[in-house]
Ligand binder design. Structure first.
Ligand SMILES: *Cc1c(COP(=O)(O)O)cnc(C)c1O
Length: 410
């Protein structure tokens, strides 16, 4: 007989959580060691670091520039709901995501401050956006009409931003289209064009000449549309590197995580996210024996290898195999052999205390040593944004304050 509990909907809900509920959810708050006693791999998100970074960036930008928190892609893996809640407490006045459903999820999580959707939206998104006070980036009159209609029906006002493509050639409209669109949208009832925006192509490069040419084009849009009150062009790198391009708000994602973009200097920021795991096994491997798929690493001496229960399905990249390392009691232990979907191996021969249950740090600080997102990124030829945003839902997220785990989500 069919079990009514396993309807497709229930299955979707269960799968959507990414991870079955832990058999015995710990009673929180708990010290980290106790909260993680029966976990394989997990992410620790330092709530005090989030608040510190928000305050430091707000101070660095000054009173006339808003720090807009970009919490797209589940806040780069850190968990958008908790990340945004902490930022809101720290006084962040405005949020940005890329898709309309990310904005709705933030509203459902209780975020009350303005949220702007930076990416493409459909007329079908209009009603929900207006109902929940979400600002869309409007690229067409058709979308503007849908917003105006929805707002009129609901007795509300829709706010939109217009994005000028000044050379990145990703999203947005040309300068001429922006002026035409803005003037047309201005005539629609219950709709306000609040913002004018663009995005830089080479924000974190030392050579600013292309950013300058993009800004010159943006300045023309500003001049043609002086009645649009709110302007924003800067991501973290532009906000930190280019005082003159901050305008009314800066869209900071990476910096709020305590990670600086290349070639940027900023206020002292604190790293928010750590990825840790408990060794699932420590085994001896004789000289000449290999480990993991393909046996691509072979022991040169009698070795002890530790099994780390995190894999490429968690976002720990497969090309870190035989390249990356983890920290164990502050000692660097090299990753050996290929990264599997769910686990990989490390050489712990030089750490005699290594045993089943020992905590290893894949990302973050441990006993005075540290592995940063930049370290990992440079090991595999990618960028720190990619390392963070790759971290998957299967890893439990532990939100930590004062050394205590306040909440735990999958
Ligand atoms: C992701 C994103 C940002 C934030 O970039 P960071 O480098 O993480 O600060 C800003 N603006 C737009 C349009 C984005 O897509």
């Amino acid at each position: 007989m069919l079990d009514s509990r396993s309807t497709p909907r229930n299955d979707r809900e269960r799968l959507g959580k990414g991870r079955p509920q832990l058999a015995l959810p710990p009673q929180l708050p708990l010290p980290i060691a106790e909260a993680t006693a029966a976990l394989n791999g997990w992410l620790e998100i330092d709530l005090e670091a989030i608040a510190h970074n928000a305050r430091s960036l707000r101070t660095a930008m000054g009173d006339s520039v808003e720090v807009i928190a970009v919490v797209k892609a589940n806040a780069y893996g850190a968990g958008a709901a908790h990340f945004a809640a902490e930022l809101e407490r720290a006084g962040i006045p405005r949020f940005a995501v890329v898709w309309a459903d990310e904005a709705l999820a933030l509203r459902q999580a209780g975020v009350t401050r303005p949220i702007v959707v930076l990416g493409h939206a459909y007329p079908a998104d209009a009603a929900e956006a207006v109902a929940h006070g979400i600002t869309l980036t409007c690229h067409s009159l058709e979308l503007g009409r849908a917003l105006s209609d929805a707002a009129t029906k609901l007795g509300l006002t829709a706010t939109v931003h217009i994005k000028v493509d000044t050379g990145l050639h990703r999203f947005g409209v040309t300068l001429n289209e922006a002026v035409e669109l803005a003037e047309a949208l201005r005539k629609l009832p219950n709709l306000v064009v609040e913002g004018l925006t663009t995005h830089m192509a080479n924000a974190d490069e030392v050579d600013d000449s292309f950013a300058d040419s993009q800004n010159a084009l943006f300045a023309q849009a500003v001049e043609a549309l002086p009645w649009i009150p709110y302007r924003h062009t800067a991501n973290s790198a532009t906000a930190l590197r280019r005082t003159g391009l901050r305008y009314d708000g800066v869209r900071t994602g990476l910096a709020l995580h305590g990670v600086l973009p290349p070639n940027s200097r900023g206020p002292i920021l604190r790293s928010v996210l750590s990825l840790r795991a408990r060794l699932a096994r420590v085994a001896e491997v004789a000289p000449g024996e290999g480990v993991s798929y393909g046996l691509t690493w072979r022991a040169e001496r009698t070795s002890r290898v530790g099994l780390v229960p995190v894999g490429y399905a968690d976002g720990w990249r497969r090309d870190l195999g035989n390249v990356g390392s983890v920290l164990l009691t502050g000692e660097r232990c090299p990753m050996v052999g290929r990264v599997c979907m769910d686990q990989f191996l490390v050489d712990v021969t030089d750490v005699p205390s290594a045993a089943e249950g020992s905590v290893v740090t894949l990302l973050g600080a441990d006993a005075g040593a540290c592995i940063t997102a930049d370290d990992v990124a440079s090991e595999v030829g990618t960028i720190s944004w990619d390392v963070l945003a790759s971290l998957q839902a299967r890893l439990p997220r532990l939100y930590v304050r004062n050394g205590m785990v306040e909440s735990l989500t999958s």
